[in-house]
Design a protein around this ligand. Sequence first.
Ligand SMILES: [Fe+2]
Ligand SMILES: [Fe+2]
Length: 182
Amino acid sequence: MQPYNANPICDNIIMMNTPIQDNETVLQQILSSCEASRLLETKQFMQHGDTNVYEHCIAVARVSCLLADKMGLSVDRESLIRGALLHDYFFYDWHVPDPGHRLHGFTHPKRALQNAMDDFALTTVEQDMILRHMFPLTPTPPRFREGWLLCLADKFCSTLETARFTQNSFVRGFYASEGEMQ
Ligand SMILES: [Fe+2]
Ligand SMILES: [Fe+2]
């Protein structure tokens, strides 16, 4: 594993080990701790439809938690949220043709993982979540249930975004940077 790139802001994420009380509280704590990281840069890049990468990742984190709760699954909640927030941690517009990001669908998980490891100390679960989130497009499945939840939530959100269902007021709540989970 690559040495941790010390960052006092991101230290808060890594050291946070408090009991999980509320998905949205934990999500907002992690987002606050990431304000000085490159996560905010992902607002510059569109993902699907009119949704940028930052909004997409927040929605995927919320839906991942919702799925875990609805299925009654015991998960590492902080890893689930962190892995979801960082699963598309790349810094380019994949819609713009560029030899630097050819075959984006296949290659961006590895790039996102490398970028995330440059900025954060990731758990094994988080690393696997990011690297395997495009399964079955990439053939190796996730090793952990958090990764399976991310796979499902990512595809669900991507479909909503592509179909522009994000204009719906209920769906929009999943994409807000702040606010209560719906
Ligand atoms: Fe992705
Ligand atoms: Fe994604």
